[in-house]
Design a protein around this ligand. Structure first.
Ligand code: KIV
Length: 296
């Protein structure tokens, strides 16, 4: 049985996530791992929330898995905001984190804080996520000062796809590993309450997890992180095209949807749908005036 964490009313909060750090002295010794999934709409948020997922992330992966772009770069703050509102309506227990999309925190600190405030005030997000390590120190500190909890994100940062020359595993040389570690420490020092470690050797993620005092949430970073995150569409088999090797598929909804849609087409074309039981009927007194073949 999984251990579902409980705060007042079972709501997952930022302090509660911090207390789940594997080495944190708060509470019992065995800490249950933090679970996080992306969500982009109301029904999915409800289902994931009711299933006990701790953190729902409205990720900018929205751009790729929902909107069909080939990177996360095009999605706008207004688009993310619309999805955050939908997820907010479906979320009661989980902590709701909104990704700051590319361009929404790259111009000036003032504009970045204003954009993050919109995600909280208009969207109902309880925290925001920003990509990048050392170069986000000032930004993270300013957001925290504005009462906005921040989740960091280091290693493979998909918004850097052009600078990185593709989506590649990070931290594979000594120098690169040291940089990822510096980035994670910088994010913590700036005041983030958790950090996503994406696509890096498990040994590096384990070392960072051991050294940090905030929880690490891994994706393609091995099993030793304090929690795990996956993209919902990868989890349930709705991603079109390539999925990375760490993206375990727990369901094949893509195949189910294709089968359901083609069965529906067959049934409509052959007259098997809708049936009489799936039809509304006129009251008996009116039926008498109908042609015989419509009276049944
Ligand atoms: O946008 C996203 O889905 C993410 C997760 C992969 C962490 O940033």
């Amino acid at each position: 049985m999984s251990a579902v964490p409980c705060t007042g009313g079972g709501k997952v909060t930022v302090p509660e996530i911090l207390s789940r750090k594997s080495s944190s002295p708060v509470g019992s010794t065995a800490k249950s791992k933090i679970t996080c999934l992306t969500a982009y709409d109301y029904p999915t948020a409800r289902l994931l929330d009711e299933a006990g997922v701790d953190i729902l992330l409205v990720g900018d992966s929205l751009a790729m898995v929902v909107l069909g772009y080939d990177s996360t770069l095009p999605v706008t703050l207004d688009e993310v905001l619309m999805h955050v509102r939908a997820v907010r309506r479906g979320t009661r227990r989980a902590l709701l984190v909104a990704d700051m999309p590319y361009g929404s925190y790259h111009i000036s600190l003032e504009e970045s804080v204003r954009n993050a405030v919109r995600l909280v005030k208009e969207g109902g997000a309880e925290a925001v996520k920003v990509e990048g390590g050392e170069r986000r120190i000032e930004l993270i500190a300013r957001l925290v000062e504005a009462e906005i909890p921040v989740m960091g994100h280091v290693g493979l940062t998909p918004q850097s796809v052009n600078a990185m020359g593709g989506f590649h595993v990070q931290g594979k040389t000594n120098d690169a590993a040291r940089q990822v570690e510096r980035d994670a420490r910088a994010v913590e020092a700036a005041g983030a309450f958790a950090v996503v470690l994406e696509s890096m050797p498990r040994e590096l993620a384990a070392r960072i997890t051991e050294k940090l005092h905030i929880p690490t949430i891994g994706i393609g970073a091995g099993p030793d992180c304090d929690g795990q995150v996956l993209v919902f569409h990868d989890l349930v088999g709705l991603t079109i095209g390539h999925t990375p090797k760490f993206a375990r598929k727990y369901a094949d909804l893509g195949a189910d949807i294709s089968r359901a849609a083609s069965e529906y087409c067959d049934d409509v074309r052959s007259g098997r749908f809708p049936s009489d039981a799936e039809s509304y009927h006129s009251p008996a007194e009116l039926r008498e005036h109908l042609p015989a073949r419509q009276r049944t």
